[in-house]
Design a protein around this ligand. Sequence first.
Ligand code: A3P
Length: 287
Amino acid sequence: ITVKEYDGRYFPASIPDIASQWKLMQSFEADSNDVIICSYPKSGFHWIWEVVTMLFNNTSNISKELPAKYILEFGAVSKVQQSPPPRVLGSHLYYEELPVSIRQKKCRLINVIRDPRAVAVSSFHFFTKIKEAKLKGTWSGYLNLFLDGKVMFNDWFHHAQLWESVRQSNSDNPIHVLYYEDAKKNPFYEFKRLARFLQLDVKESTIMAIAEKTKFSEMKAPKEAAIGHNFGNAFAGNKYPLYRKGQEDDWKSYFTLQQNAEFEQIYKERMQYNKVQLKSIVNPGNN
Ligand code: A3P
């Protein structure tokens, strides 16, 4: 794969100059009302961005914006800096890598976590469609890279461990955890919790409408129409391949029984060894 390495991290080759992008990002001046959705790639950032934006605007209308434009490490900084707070931002980075003003201003953070098996399948599809990534090959080959952390934004386990230890260390920032699978099962309940965390007074009927409007099946067509060809020819077929399946268990049609057993073993070792209290999203026998 031609991913770019910078400071021991793998980034999409499409970021032109990572060093200066990194510097620019660090100069971002956060407002205390800004919210940052922090997640490993392909964990549901775009979805939750829509939900949080709707909650802030007290509406169930889908925005015409492209959430990816609010991901700090992708060059969003100058544009975002000019928009009025509260801003709903995104990042795939570790806590220590976030712009320092986000910590100083004690911005609220939302950790979106998804079953890493679903993340692996989703990222396999997404990254193989980025032309510049030149990622070709089979699912099983990709799974090995994923388990070795040799994929964009590196190792899922490391990301999960670092964020878990930040949550346990009572960081300056209030952190809310949202599991993709929980939000799929009970969006109303999860979005109500989100509104409470964000201290937003949104009527239950509006939250109900938000849960309905942000369903994958409802959102895919209007959102794809709204964002159009914003990415030019960066992706295969010149189409932004974000809205793929949006399911909790699509990964089951990719993992063989043996791959799943190996994955569960690695998950158990790596998450337990590090005393991570992460809710057990990978349960042996849960397939
Ligand atoms: P799949 O590839 O499994 O379909 P991210 O936004 O972090 O890049 O995550 C992308 C994943 O979230 C994709 O998963 C995408 O389909 C899914 N997704 C996008 N919108 C969604 C929605 N409204 N509801 C559920 N999943 C959604």
